[in-house]
Design a protein around this ligand. Structure first.
Ligand code: UD1
Length: 431
């Protein structure tokens, strides 16, 4: 079992460069299924969720060629629909975007109920509602969701979501790009990754307007053409390093970001007592490590992201006074607080509310990461605690953070990754 070992208590200083956004890259990669020509996607984060999705496409008959660690050429001309392997699709939530993409191009799709982090119920009813509006029958069969157009291909329509869903909005776009006619998506998600998907598809010849607002219009086109596209920077990776430096103290410049995407995070950090200076494509966070308690409420973009809730939860353990967190998106996203309690944190969870009495001196502990962002929260707590902590379950963290150990070490953290086998033991075992 791999472990991250942290001797915390040192402030962080320096620059950290942010990679492409995992949650934007997943739908963009799936969007290549709509295209019979090759696309080159740049600024791909080399994290395990992306590797799994690329493996799924290869298994389905797509040509997937790595150009560099961060660039991939994808040609889905020969992809066979409804053949995604369950054991791979089960590993990540992002495989659900294959539903919209396969249905959009072939008029039918079949994907196993997608996996992902254990953060609460993640139903597909809104996705199905969108497919049905476009003329599909949806059936659950043998652990897979099957979507099939009654007329052989999707037909443009009006879709209204009674709840804002990033996944369902992306799937509605994917399903309607090649549809017959115009589709209107009302109460659409406004997340930067929805905008990125629309910009990519438009670069391939789609006609999508309104992405970034709550009404998106898609005029169906006959076919798409290849293009080269660079994924937007990961606002959650950036926000994680910002919260880390606020908790430990120090001064870190987070480069290769779109500061506009970080407004909710920056404003909450400033409210807690850190200073955030904004440049064209960077932000600098400066903190004495002496923070004060604040209240956080997660909301769809441009509100405070649910994907930053756990990292702020950890940071607020070091803030004087009382903080509250209200989690409005996922119903089981406080699992990480049990681990922080093992360090001596005073956190009480009641339903979707958490109350944190900050400022107590924490001690190091063995910690288990159950999900991606919860794992990042444990890293932050360990960095800010003057003691040694050992974090397990780091495969969860590596689903979304490329080289988190190396990046933090470059900022001065005393952090290392260990496997339970030495290099010599591995060499002997494989010879
Ligand atoms: C969510 C985040 C997104 C983040 C992603 C990865 C929001 C609004 N979305 O997106 O920013 O990148 O996690 O961690 O913060 N829901 C239904 N039925 C459905 C689909 C969703 O009821 O068919 C509900 C979910 O249970 C949840 C809410 O809608 O309560 C938002 O879910 P959704 O945006 O779809 O989740 P993700 O796409 O995973």
């Amino acid at each position: 079992m791999e472990q991250i070992i942290i001797n915390g208590g040192s402030p962080l200083y320096g620059n950290v460069s942010i990679g492409g956004m995992k949650n934007a890259a997943l739908p963009v990669i799936c969007a290549c299924v709509l295209n019979e020509e090759a696309c080159v996607i740049d600024n791909i984060p080399p994290v395990s969720d992306i590797e799994t999705l690329l493996e799924i496409l290869s298994t389905m008959g797509a040509s997937v060629r790595r150009l560099t660690k961060y660039s991939v050429e994808i040609n889905c001309k020969n992809l066979v629909p409804c053949t995604s392997p369950m054991e791979l699709a089960n590993k990540l939530r992002g495989s659900s975007y294959l539903l919209g993409a396969e249905f959009g191009r072939f008029g039918k799709s079949s994907v196993s109920h997608p996996g992902g982090c254990s953060i609460g119920a993640r139903p597909l009813d809104l996705h199905m509602k969108a497919f049905e509006a476009l003329g599909a029958d949806c059936t659950h069969r043998n652990g897979r969701l099957e979507v099939e157009a009654e007329n052989g291909r999707p037909v443009g329509s009006s879709i209204y979501f009674d709840k804002v869903s990033v996944g369902a909005t992306a799937n509605a776009i994917l399903a309607s790009v090649l549809a017959d006619g115009i589709t209107t998506i009302d109460n659409a998600a406004r997340e930067p990754h929805i905008v990125d998907l629309a910009v990519f598809l438009n670069a391939c010849g789609a006609i999508i307007t309104g992405a970034g607002t709550s009404v998106i219009k898609v005029k169906g086109v006959e076919k798409l053409h290849g293009c080269r596209y660079s994924i937007i920077p990961d606002m959650i990776e950036a926000g994680t390093y910002m919260a880390a430096v606020a908790a430990t103290g120090g001064r870190v410049t987070v480069t290769n970001v779109i500061p506009k995407h970080l407004e909710a995070i920056s404003s909450k950090l400033e409210e807690a007592g850190a200073t955030v200076t904004v440049g064209d494509d960077f932000v600098t966070v400066e903190s004495t490590g002496k923070l004060k308690g604040i209240n956080i409420v997660t909301q769809p973009y441009p509100g405070f992201a649910t994907d930053m809730q756990a990292q702020f939860g950890a940071m607020l353990c070091f803030a004087a006074g009382t903080s509250t967190i209200t989690e409005n998106i996922f119903n089981s996203r406080f699992q990480y607080t049990d681990e922080l309690s093992k360090m001596g944190a005073d956190i009480k969870v009641d339903g979707n509310h958490a109350t944190i009495i900050g400022g107590a001196k924490l001690s190091g502990a063995p910690l288990m990461s159950h999900d991606l962002r919860g794992g990042a929260a444990m890293v932050i707590a360990a960095l800010a605690t003057e003691d040694t902590s050992v974090i397990e379950g780091i495969d969860k963290i590596e689903r979304g953070y490329h080289n988190i150990v190396g990046k933090l070490r470059d900022l001065g953290a005393n952090i290392q990754k260990k496997t339970s086998y030495t290099d010599e033991q591995i060499r002997v075992a494989f010879n």
